[in-house]
Design a protein around this ligand. Sequence first.
Ligand code: FEO
Ligand code: CA
Ligand code: CA
Ligand code: CA
Length: 630
Amino acid sequence: MSARSTTPTLSELIATRLSRREVIGGLLAGTALAAIPGAAFADRSHDPSTLKFAQPPHTIGQDQAVSPGHAAQILVRWGDPIQPGLEPFDPRTFNAAEQEKRFGYNNDFLAFLPLPVGSQTSNHGLLCANFEYTNPELMFPGLGIKTKLETMTREQVDTEIAAHGHGIVEIRREGDIWHVVEASPFNRRLSALSTPIAVSGPAAGHPRLRTAADPEGRTVIGTLNNCSGGVTPWGTVLIAEENFDTYFGGDPKKTSEAGNYARIGLKGKSRYAWSRFHDRFNVDKEPNEPNRFGWVIEVDPYDPTFTPVKRTALGRFKHEAATVVVTPDRKVVVYTGDDEAFEYLYRFVAARKFDPAHRQANFGLLDDGTLSVARFDDEGGLVWLPMVWGQGPLIPANGFHSQADVVIEARRAADLLGATPMDRPEDVETSPLTGKVYMVLTNNTKRPPEKVNRANPRSDNRHGHILELIPPGAGKPGTAHHDADRFRWSVLLLAGTEQDGARYHPKNQQYGQWLSCPDNITFDNKGRLWIATDQGSAQANHDIPDGLYACDLEGEGRALVKFFYAVPKDAEMCGPCFTPDGTTLFVAVQHPGEDSTFDAPSTRWPDFRDDMPPRPSVVAIRRHDGRPIG
Ligand code: FEO
Ligand code: CA
Ligand code: CA
Ligand code: CA
């Protein structure tokens, strides 16, 4: 039976899947610790969590807040120079040429790649950062939220385009302080204004990717809406294009791609003014351009001359991330979710095996393999459905004439295969200790009661949940068969409060904290899960900050969630990433002050200067005693 057609109620789910003890815990869980005076001083002798750090106040503020005993240093901000000899950042004279030499806007995914390549160095390396999108009304003086699209200048638009993409910055720690090496030969900006990106895999050169500027369909200028990403075992970085539909104007219904664009949600109502100045962002003039975005891109940060590559074998949709793991027999597997309500979880298994002895031999691995999509059943099983042209419904009668059509219209192919529509798939990451896979579903307020299933158990799911996917052989490092046809799965936690039917550890109320809208996740060296949150505009209703939380995954403290770090007002938490020794945790603070303007911002974090707007920034967190965090 398809998971889609079953409609158990939440009480049925609880009755069938949870023990009585878990039910009681789940019902009690979620009351805010902050609401219980003195709870921070509760008897810790019975706290089953292995995470013993003190929690900061669970309240929204204009400044960041970190767990007592830690320092949170601003490492690099939007506009900071990443080349030598530049003037200090001045937002009033800023322009596109300057932006291409400086740190971009709205940092999201972060990776730390040690220097030299292949080492486990923890005080020197390359910081790789995605620059997802822009808030022009916070970047430039004089713009109104409602009027900006009509009033922005060409120079402002080009600065915005240049602020998108990716950045690679050499960083070094001296004592407890990290700094950017401005004169590093590694420092590089990938800009949506100027950086050529190659296209490889099944869709490379396909007529549906050809444009006036690129009649071969093999080179795209720039990458857009890079949300999260991943690091390959050969030391390259994958960056994921997410909400690329928001950049295009014109009328998609009048193009030959009308059905494709409707399925991806491209309506031609752009959030940006770009189509006023650049024909390629107007589908009336360049109808194929949107087919050149929505991909996963591979970047080699160790080679500043490397041409980044759009790896089309991984499919085209709104990729949240792309995380890589190797099976016991060295097969390379990529997990990648499609972040929209009722979209799917995908997996790519490369045809060739990872070669640890020859770094360059792995660079084409992601061009050839099998893309699949997940179907969750109500008995706790997961089946991977191969998306192979010519098989099942993926045939010319349904408009699929090659594997290029399958990857370009991956959502429609997955619909036909019967994949399970999920509650907005955000990050998917694999525990390095157990090989279990954690899948974050951030929220989905559009799910009606008749469409709940066990993998998406709440209608009007405002707070999201996290699933645990268990491949055969999981339990120890390196033993999980991520390429298997079938997995098992269970619920790790349901976020929110008691009133929302949340489910955490039974002692969450006493020792932990509640969270809402999990987004990006990572693991520390002890295999514990660190969870970044993004409530978006719902933050004011929930009245808790976004930030970083952590919980055990195994043992007595499983799903007991502790609060570690709060972002400033109207920001979201992105990019949690540890150095190899676990002593520094890098986090990305994205869109501080969102929904306010340069002239009247809701916070001026991190500079708190009257002449400076809020600035998205990367923060380096360390313990005062320098020991591993957590
Ligand atoms: Fe860019 Fe799904 O967050
Ligand atoms: Ca974001
Ligand atoms: Ca995200
Ligand atoms: Ca999000």
